[in-house]
Design a protein around this ligand. Structure first.
Ligand code: SF4
Ligand code: SF4
Length: 135
C-alpha cells in the first residue's frame, strides 16, 4: 500500500472514532498504539470498530458528504487520490466531482484540509454527530 493510501486510511480510521464513547476510544487508542506500524493489525482493529458503529438512519438518508466549489477547484486530483472510499471521480472534461457522496465515512473530513485551493467543504459536524453511535 502506498504511503498516501496509508495516510488516508489512517484519517478515515480516526474519523470513525469521532463520537465514540470515551471508554471505547481509550481502548481503541491503546490497541492502535500497541499495533504500532503493523498495517494488518491496524486494519483488523479498524474493521472491528466499524462493526460496532451504527447509524440511526440509512446512510443515503444522511447528507454528510463533501462539496466542491468548482470555481475554486484547480483539478489537481489530490482529493481523488487521497480518499480511500472512492467518493470523488474525474469527469471526461477533467473536472473532479463528488460521484459517490454516501460512500463518505460519516464525520470524516480528511480530504478537506488537503485541498490546496480550499475548495472542499462539509456541513457542520455538530449537526451530524447525532446520527452515529456504537454498540
Ligand atoms: S470524501 Fe469522505 S471518506 Fe473520503 S477522505 Fe473525504 S471525508 Fe474522508
Ligand atoms: S483537491 Fe481541491 S483543487 Fe484539487 S481536485 Fe480536489 S477539490 Fe479540486
Amino acid at each position: 500500500m502506498s504511503e498516501g493510501k496509508k495516510k488516508s486510511m489512517k484519517v478515515a480510521a480516526w474519523a470513525m472514532m469521532a463520537n465514540m464513547p470515551l471508554k471505547l476510544k481509550a481502548e481503541i487508542t491503546l490497541k492502535m498504539l500497541l499495533a504500532g506500524s503493523d498495517e494488518r493489525k491496524r486494519r483488523e482493529l479498524m474493521h472491528s470498530v466499524s462493526e460496532r458503529r451504527r447509524l440511526t438512519l440509512p446512510r443515503n438518508q444522511i447528507k454528510w458528504h463533501p462539496s466542491i466549489d468548482q470555481k475554486a477547484c484547480k483539478q489537481c486530483k489530490v482529493c481523488l487520490n487521497f480518499c480511500p472510499k472512492g467518493v470523488y471521480s474525474e469527469k471526461a472534461d477533467g473536472s473532479i466531482v463528488v460521484a459517490n457522496p454516501y460512500e463518505c465515512v460519516m464525520l470524516c473530513t480528511g480530504c478537506e484540509g488537503r485541498c490546496p485551493e480550499g475548495a472542499i467543504s462539509f456541513p457542520d459536524k455538530k449537526d451530524f454527530q447525532k446520527y452515529v453511535y456504537y454498540v
